[in-house]
Write a protein that binds this ligand. Sequence first.
Ligand SMILES: CC(C)(COP(=O)(O)OP(=O)(O)OC[C@H]1O[C@@H](n2cnc3c(N)ncnc32)[C@H](O)[C@@H]1OP(=O)(O)O)[C@@H](O)C(=O)NCCC(=O)NCCS
Length: 100
Amino acid sequence: MGIYVKETDELIGFGSIIYIDWINKSDHCPSMIGDRKYWSKGYGSEARLLLLDFAFSERGFNRIWALILENNIASRRMFEKCGYKTEGVLRQSIYKNGKF
Ligand SMILES: CC(C)(COP(=O)(O)OP(=O)(O)OC[C@H]1O[C@@H](n2cnc3c(N)ncnc32)[C@H](O)[C@@H]1OP(=O)(O)O)[C@@H](O)C(=O)NCCC(=O)NCCS
């Protein structure tokens, strides 16, 4: 789904539902605000809450999980604000920019 600025109708990001497990009714909902000038204005959290409401209420999912890189402060803060709880740390699980 696209994330648009209501006033200008500008497309600034997306949210999606992936890794769907229909049997256990769980999924992952990644999202992104593409242009950094729109970060920290509340768009990410508002879009995520709408996405969660759609996934839980309209699609009937029971569990929505996320993977967050530990240095992604904005993402962590947004997920916490939207009610996500930390369940664990997956050590060395991502290879990025030449290091784990
Ligand atoms: C994660 C992301 C969607 C958040 O979007 P956003 O519109 O900036 O989020 P919000 O404005 O709702 O901010 C959420 C919180 O994070 C904080 N925050 C945002 N950017 C921050 C930064 N660079 N450093 C520290 N805190 C930050 C905000 O201040 C806010 O907290 P507060 O309400 O306590 O002040 C956006 O940063 C992004 O697109 N990042 C790149 C993609 C990504 O990492 N996606 C997540 C993986 S699924």
